[in-house]
Design a binder for this molecule. Structure first.
Ligand code: DC
Length: 216
C-alpha cells in the first residue's frame, strides 16, 4: 500500500509521515530531503542553481540514500547540512527544474517497488504515485506554519523573527505553487486536512484511523 502526504512546508508532513510509517510498519520516504540534497550538492560545487542544464547534469550523478531517516549523499551524512537557510531556499529553485524532477521521481518510484510506503512531498499523490490507495493533503494557516518553523529553528539554536520566516515562506510557496512542472496542488482524490488547530499527535492518529479504514 502507498500512502501519500502532500502539502506546503510547516504543515507537519514530515513528522506525521515518519510517525505514521513507523506505526503502520511501512517504509518512510522524505522526498523534500532529496531536492535539498541536490541543492546542497550544487551549492558545494558552486553551480548557479538557476542554471537548468548544469543542475540537471549533476542530479543523476548523485548517490542519494536514506539510512534510518538520515540522508546519505555520496556516502556522507548531510541530514543537518541540508536544513540550513541557504539550502532551504535553494531547494525550491532546483525543485522547479524538470531535469531534476525527472531524475528524483524515478528514484522515488523505485523506492516504492515491492514495499508498503508512507511518502511525503508536494507531488506524491498527483504525479509520482497517482494510483496510491491513501492520499492526504495537509494545510495550515501561514502564521501557524511560520511559528512551527520558528520553534524548529529555535530548538537548533537559531533565532529568527516571525516576519522574516513569513516572507521566506511566502517566496517558497509562490515558487512551489506556480512552477510549470508538478506544481504543489492536492490530488483530486486526496483528503484535505487543516492542521492549524491540531497537534501533530492528533493529525497522526486521524490519518492512522483513515488508513486502517482503507486497509479494512
Ligand atoms: O519539504 P521540504 O521543505 O523539505 O522541501 C524542500 C523543497 O523541495 C521545497 O521547495 C518543495 C520541494 N519539493 C518538491 O517540489 N517536491 C517534493 N516532492 C518535495 C519537495
Amino acid at each position: 500500500m502507498i500512502v501519500t502526504i502532500d502539502g506546503p512546508a510547516g504543515t507537519g508532513k514530515s513528522t506525521v509521515a515518519k510517525t505514521l510509517a513507523s506505526r503502520l510498519g511501512f517504509e518512510f520516504l522524505n522526498t523534500g530531503a532529496m531536492y535539498r540534497a541536490v541543492a546542497y550538492a550544487c551549492l558545494q560545487r558552486e553551480i548557479d542553481l538557476a542554471d537548468v542544464e548544469a543542475v540537471g547534469q549533476v542530479a543523476p550523478t548523485l548517490e542519494i540514500a536514506f539510512t534510518k531517516s538520515r540522508l546519505i549523499l555520496d556516502g556522507h551524512d548531510v541530514t543537518e547540512a541540508i536544513h540550513g537557510q541557504e539550502v532551504t531556499l535553494g531547494a525550491s529553485v532546483v525543485a522547479a527544474n524538470p531535469l531534476v524532477r525527472g531524475c528524483l521521481v524515478a528514484l522515488q518510484q523505485a523506492a516504492a517497488r515491492g514495499t508498503s510506503l508512507v511518502t511525503e512531498g508536494r507531488d506524491q499523490g498527483t504525479v509520482v504515485f497517482p494510483e496510491a490507495e491513501c492520499k492526504f493533503f495537509l494545510t495550515a494557516s501561514p502564521v501557524e506554519r511560520a511559528k512551527r518553523r520558528q520553534l524548529e529553528l529555535q530548538a537548533k539554536g537559531e533565532v529568527l523573527p516571525l516576519e522574516d520566516l513569513l516572507s521566506q515562506q511566502a517566496l517558497r510557496d509562490e515558487r512551489d505553487q506556480t512552477r510549470a512542472c508538478s506544481p504543489l496542488q492536492p490530488a483530486e482524490d486526496a483528503i484535505l486536512i487543516d492542521t492549524t488547530a491540531m497537534s501533530l499527535e492528533e493529525v497522526t492518529g486521524y490519518l492512522e484511523s483513515l488508513v486502517h479504514q482503507r486497509l479494512a
